[in-house]
Write a protein that binds this ligand. Structure first.
Ligand code: 3NM
Ligand code: MG
Length: 516
């Protein structure tokens, strides 16, 4: 009998014989997994007849037993009982959970596939004697589940489920994330996905194709284990010297980071001038084929502005490429929820990677935070109090483990990148309201609202400063960039004769304050 308290959900392998590479058997792949760190196995064979399924189940059980690893059977309660498996896993369309529990008795592990918060409400009502763990998914698109109707929930969706588990006090429920998980995205899922009280992250991850379809299942498993065991996540390899926040501005001038803009047409020319004014090199490119080359240029940084005309696949590719090179990305979700098409696009970008900074106006940050927010076109038209804006900025910082900037008369900057820890089970240990934040006040400069691309160009300056920073100093880099931009605007306002000379004056003053 399995001791439920001590079950280790860290790396949960789910089988699928239809994807085995030539020459490899189900048993071989499972054994390679077990030898290299799989902690739990589910036999999930959708196209196998019952007789073969039972024979396979017995064979897999024998190996699992020898590694002291629980074997869970998918769907077939009868088979689970017949071979005395450790447990059973069912989905939303299968035998109802109370019946499953009645059939298998109190000692077996019962798992359920969960994709919606309402499903958490149901398991909370059932109480602790019904379900032991849930598979939370699908996180990303997957080729494995052919009949899948679910829309990928992204790390944010996993967080929503974890949050509801905490709200409903379901401490007995363990969780594994599932669906489209691979070495290039697991690190950031563990980093970002956690309950809003900071007290719970996933207990493990569930994998099908990355192991079952692997030509070297042992090696694939070791790679997954390394990511899971690390307990920290680093997405940005900055320059050593820039760890010291006081050197960032000098570093901008010295290193002249390349700021790769994927941005809207209105911003392109002005953004390039702003980049040059602060001593950086601008490039405007939506050509996917060159993203990798650009991301490999030392100190390059991506500014992704979703007011762009680029296709979503181009944006996703850009995010993946810069994340893979461990180069930072600044995301400006322009007009976050101004239309439903924009909302879908912005959400897809948000779930595509890890961002060093997310910057927006009040409407955008309110939208990204989930607190809501009114947008008129791409302009913010909320009447939100400073208190609400701080809360929203901290929420964005927390949800995406990033530095969040909410622009307005008083800019709010919050730091959710506070530590690189991404431990299983425990969560960050802080809630959004506990994250550090700063307010950047300046004079009210209404002329900012009378020229084009002034908000977008703050993104350019932030990108330039982050490009010259290190992972540890992103927050400082952003604070310095926001302050510098405000200062330049305040100075330009003094001499401006109207909006035209303000625009020129802003560039002049950015140039001059960099020299000071
Ligand atoms: N269940 P891969 S997604 C079996 O969302 C399964 O409940 C899912 O396969 C769910 O690791 C999925 O190859 C397939 O993407 C996961
Ligand atoms: Mg099922």
């Amino acid at each position: 009998m399995v001791n439920k308290e001590s079950v280790d959900y860290t790396l949960y392998l789910v089988t699928d014989s239809t994807m085995l590479p030539e020459g490899k058997t189900l048993l071989f792949q499972v054994e390679q997994g077990l030898k290299n760190g799989v902690t739990m196995v589910q036999l999930r064979e959708k196209d196998t007849d019952a007789k073969t399924f039972v024979a396979e189940a017995l064979a897999v059980k024998k190996i699992c037993d020898s590694f002291n690893v629980p074997l869970i059977i998918n769907d077939r309660v009868d088979v689970a009982l017949a071979i005395d498996a450790s447990g059973i896993h069912v989905g939303q369309e299968d035998i109802p959970i109370p019946m499953v529990r009645k059939l298998v008795g109190p000692d077996k592990i019962v798992g359920w596939s969960v994709g919606k918060v309402e499903e958490v409400d149901r398991l909370a009502e059932w109480g602790p004697d019904m379900i032991d763990y849930i598979g939370v998914g699908t996180v990303f698109e997957t080729q494995t589940k052919k009949d899948i109707k679910k829309i990928p929930m992204g790390p944010e969706g996993v967080s929503r489920i974890l949050t509801r588990l905490e709200e409903k006090k379901c401490d007995w429920i363990r969780t594994v994330a599932i669906g489209g998980l691979h070495p290039d995205n697991i690190g950031r899922v563990l980093f970002q996905a956690q309950a809003l009280n900071g007290k719970r992250s996933v207990d493990g991850i569930s994998i099908v194709s990355d192991i079952m379809a692997s030509h070297d299942a042992g090696q694939s498993t070791r790679i997954l284990r390394q990511i899971l065991d690390k307990g920290s996540f680093h997405f940005f390899e900055g320059s050593e010297e820039a760890k010291d926040a006081s050197t960032i501005k000098e570093n901008v001038k010295k290193l002249a980071p390349l700021i790769h803009h994927i941005t809207n047409r209105v911003h392109q020319n002005f953004g390039a001038n702003v980049a040059l004014a602060i001593g950086c090199s601008p490039i405007m490119s939506e050509v996917a084929e060159e993203f990798e080359d650009l991301s490999k240029i030392p100190h390059s940084v991506l500014l992704l502005n979703s007011g762009t005309v680029a296709d979503i696949s181009v944006l996703q590719h850009a995010v993946k490429t810069y994340n893979a090179q461990k180069r930072p990305i600044v995301f400006d979700p322009v007009g976050f929820s101004a239309s439903s098409a924009r909302l879908v696009l912005n959400k897809k970008v948000l779930s595509a990677g890890q961002f060093a900074c997310i910057k927006g106006n009040t409407g955008e940050i309110m939208g990204v935070s989930g607190l809501g927010g009114n947008m008129k076109g791409v302009d913010s038209c909320g009447e939100d109090t400073l208190e609400t804006r701080i809360k929203a900025t901290q929420l964005v910082a927390f949800k995406y483990r990033t530095v969040a900037v909410c622009t307005g008369e008083i800019d709010v900057v919050a730091d959710g990148s506070v530590s690189s820890t991404a431990p299983l089970k425990r969560g960050l240990g802080a809630s959004p309201a506990e994250l550090p934040y700063e307010l950047i006040k300046g004079e009210d400069v209404p002329l900012f609202g009378r020229i084009t691309a002034s908000g977008c160009s703050l993104g350019t300056v932030i990108a330039g400063f982050i490009g010259a920073a290190a992972e540890e100093s992103i927050y400082s880099a952003v604070l310095q960039a926001v302050s510098l931009y405000k200062l330049a605007g305040t100075k330009a306002n003094v001499t401006a004769k109207g909006s035209g000379s303000f625009l020129v004056g802003l560039v002049d003053n950015l140039y001059n304050v960099m020299e000071e």
